[in-house]
Design a protein around this ligand. Structure first.
Ligand SMILES: CC(C)(COP(=O)(O)OP(=O)(O)OC[C@H]1O[C@@H](n2cnc3c(N)ncnc32)[C@H](O)[C@@H]1OP(=O)(O)O)[C@@H](O)C(=O)NCCC(=O)NCCS
Length: 330
């Protein structure tokens, strides 16, 4: 599915939030049989942020969302749509977006969550764009928020160094020109077992056995995820750029999902991009799933890696498998 947007819809405000507690690779060394050297060389991750136990994803989402609203000059009571992309919702029901609505005081907003794992923020952007372009709402707050520390198996060295907590948010509104130029989303559910949380849903409801077997935590076939992620992210990035009729020279910055430095480097090579055109913050935050590209875009703007008028490409891949890319003129 790929189509250029009609009425221009753009990002008018960004915000992010990460908890203050830092978990370094040396801290992870104390939990499992690993080393800073192994984690750094295989993933590029040096540290990640972790919430205080009991902190729900909506707390992170609200902090990021408030900043994005402030940047856009929009009052909470004027927000018409809230989409939260997350694999770590506060509760299975109601949606985290509803908790965010109440905490923000955005009582007019339509609220729902999107479950597309690490691609969730991009699925959210494209969904909100359609709501605005279709005239259903005049603005939207799209938030990627994750507390992955609560679904991480801290006894499994093959997954626990990879993930962190955080949130990123964007306000979308109609713009005169620019905005979202093209997008491309996709999924392949036949590979769902490669990266999943097996229990806690209707297929395997929570039981003493599922808890004992740690089936409420992330399970991953690392090598297979790696291979698919590289191929599909490069393809997704190229597809959206092609649809926007843009080449690498037109792009100021590509902001890939920050899962792993080796994946990002391989995607960069396949897309034929120079290193300076690819944004990185994986060393500081690890993989923050749905929050990742949102935080990346926010940091890239904060650090002035991109300025108004620049074209950025967001590209992500995640459990499902799902993937997506969005080309935006800021
Ligand atoms: C997880 C990942 C870093 C593992 O790297 P890898 O090079 O594939 O490593 P392997 O899984 O082949 O394991 C190699 C060895 O390292 C060991 N190992 C795994 N985790 C380790 C750790 N944290 N510390 C030390 N050794 C570790 C394995 O046990 C294995 O040992 P063995 O050869 O004695 O069996 C890599 O597969 C990856 O990045 N996958 C994608 C993950 C991801 O980003 N997922 C989210 C996408 S949205």
């Amino acid at each position: 599915m790929a189509k250029p947007s009609k009425k221009p819809v753009g990002i008018t405000g960004l915000g992010m939030y990460v908890p203050s507690r830092v978990l370094t690779n040396h801290d992870v060394e104390r939990l499992v049989d690993t080393s800073d050297e192994w984690i750094t060389s295989r993933t590029g991750i040096k540290r990640r942020r972790i919430v205080k136990p009991g902190t729900p994803a909506s707390d992170l989402a609200v902090r990021a969302g408030r900043k994005a609203l402030r940047a856009a000059g929009l009052r909470p009571e004027d927000v018409e749509l809230i989409i939260v992309a997350t694999i770590t919702p506060d509760t299975p029901m109601p949606s985290t977006a509803c908790f965010v609505q109440t905490k923000l005081g955005a009582s007019r907003a339509i609220c729902f969550d999107i479950g597309a794992a690490c691609s969730g923020f991009l699925y959210g952007l494209v969904t909100a764009e359609q709501y605005i372009a279709g005239g259903i709402v005049r603005n939207a707050l799209v938030i990627g928020a994750e507390v992955l520390s609560c679904v991480t198996d801290w006894t499994d060295r093959s997954t626990c160094p990879l993930f962190g907590d955080g949130a990123g948010a964007a306000v979308l509104q109609p713009v005169r020109s620019g905005g979202i130029l093209a997008s491309y989303l996709g999924a392949d559910g036949s590979l769902s077992d490669k990266l999943c949380i097996p229990a806690g849903g209707s297929r395997q409801p929570a039981s003493r056995e599922t808890v004992d077997r740690r089936l409420h935590t992330l399970k991953m076939h690392g090598n297979e995820v790696f291979k698919h992620a590289v191929r599909i992210m490069a393809e997704a990035g190229r597809r959206a750029m092609h649809d926007a009729k843009l080449g690498c020279a037109d792009i100021a910055l590509v902001i890939p999902h920050q899962a792993n430095l080796r994946i990002i480097n391989a995607v960069r090579e396949r897309m034929g991009l120079p290193t300076e055109k690819v944004f990185l913050n994986v060393a500081k935050y690890g993989n923050v799933s749905a929050a990742s590209t949102a935080m990346g875009l926010c940091e890239a703007v904060q650090r002035k890696r991109v300025v108004k008028g620049d074209i950025v490409v967001l590209v992500a891949f995640g459990a499902g498998f799902t993937w997506g890319s969005v080309v935006i003129r800021l």
